[in-house]
Design a protein around this ligand. Sequence first.
Ligand code: FES
Length: 125
Amino acid sequence: MLDDNWLAICQIDDIPVLGARLLRRANHSDIAIFRNAEDRVFAVLDRCPHKGGPLSQGIVHGERVSCPLHGWQIGLDDGCALDPDVGCAQTFAVQCDERTVYMLRSELSQPEAAENTQALAASGA
Ligand code: FES
């Protein structure tokens, strides 16, 4: 049993295998909660570090997701684009207890970290 810092989000079976479930937040960007073939669960801001594509609509393979817009591959554990692409999406702590998925309450209310997407867009990447 996890302590009160962790909030139950969903059951792992609510997340499609090799896909994602979207966690909507009131005043912040949505979070994509991914499940891979091994039932590992990852939480990443639903904004590709390239041009903001919805990562939740990408296809999971291994511990990566392919962005549906231009195909960048994003690591699910660190949110970072695979070389030669650059930039990272914010990631969030996630834990599974039995089949329940939990996230940290404190992270859910945080605004997103530095906007790599805007920085890249401004540079013309
Ligand atoms: S917006 Fe994701 S690869 Fe371009």
